[in-house]
Design a protein around this ligand. Structure first.
Ligand code: PAF
Length: 275
């Protein structure tokens, strides 16, 4: 695997690439990320990943400074996964002057759920992903479904801004007890880690209620939030939405249940497509 810290070096290396698949990350890699690299290999002859902790997608009270940086271990995993090129720029390489141009996601996609709770987050994501797409110029890009709203924003951005890139959403990878793999799981204490699978178990109960025919979605959501709160969680939301735009369901749209909840100081998100 070649490691590039400059845009020029990566561009030179990719000049003759025929079909490139790209899976961007913020590092601290786990099996979920590695599954993106494996899926990338199926779609392209050149696989590129990036590691960049993108300051502009973190809010002022979020964990940018403490976000785990594990570069050496990440490189070993990417190498073992058969990644050809890793782009790992310093901040000054990607944002050499203060950034004055930003990609602003559609407000209908931004003013809800994670976007409403984390103002500016998706603008930061859309901006860095656009920059990375312009640098790598992949034909295919892969993102995990754990960040379901992020995937929707990126899909819509690529479609509306006519970026010639196929976006592939990859399934959530889970620990044996159901907890979705996440870099932030490392913040959990031993006790919290034992409690954490309840988030997915709660999503499964909501999905089962819908599959059984219940349509009183607000009541199901409230029950799920109360059940989590009763076990020491501080839920931000558990909500049943349409998959394609994450709006409140109309008619017989395909559904997804999304959750965000805090366990101590750690905020976990998860989701489950229904049906
Ligand atoms: O999902 C992530 O790790 C990040 O949001 C991404 C897409 C790499 C942009 O910084």
């Amino acid at each position: 695997m070649q490691i590039h810290t400059t845009i020029a070096s990566l561009r030179t290396a990719l000049a003759d690439a025929r079909c490139t698949a790209f899976a961007p990350t913020m590092g601290n890699l786990h099996a979920g990320h590695i599954s993106l690299m494996q899926a990338a290999r199926v779609h392209a002859d050149t696989v590129v990943s990036s590691i960049f902790v993108n300051r502009i997608q973190f809010g002022p009270n979020e964990d940018f400074d403490s976000y785990p940086r594990t570069f050496q271990a990440d490189c070993e995993q990417l190498e073992a996964a058969g990644v050809d090129h890793l782009f790992a720029p310093a901040e000054a390489e990607l944002y050499p002057v203060p950034q004055h141009y930003f990609v602003l996601p559609a407000s209908a996609h931004d003013n809800l759920l994670e976007g409403a709770l984390r103002p500016g987050h998706f603008q930061g994501v859309a901006t860095v992903v656009t920059k990375l797409f312009n640098i790598v110029q992949p034909q295919v890009a892969l993102f995990g479904k754990k960040d379901y709203q992020q995937l929707m924003v990126i899909r819509s951005m690529v479609q509306e801004l006519n970026m010639p890139i196929e976006i592939i959403g990859c399934d959530i990878m889970r620990a044996a007890d159901g907890l979705a793999l996440s870099s932030r799981n490392g913040y959990l204490s031993v006790e919290q880690r034992t409690e954490a699978p309840r988030l997915y178990a709660t999503l499964q109960k909501v999905a089962a209620a819908i599959t059984a025919g219940r349509r009183d979605f607000s009541a199901i959501e409230q029950e799920a939030m109360h059940s989590l709160a009763a076990h020491g969680w501080q839920p931000d939301y558990i909500t049943i939405r349409q998959r394609h735009d994450l709006q409140v369901p109309q008619d017989d749209a395909a559904l997804v249940v999304l959750a965000a909840a805090r366990l101590g100081t750690t905020r976990l998100i998860d989701n489950l497509e229904v049906g």
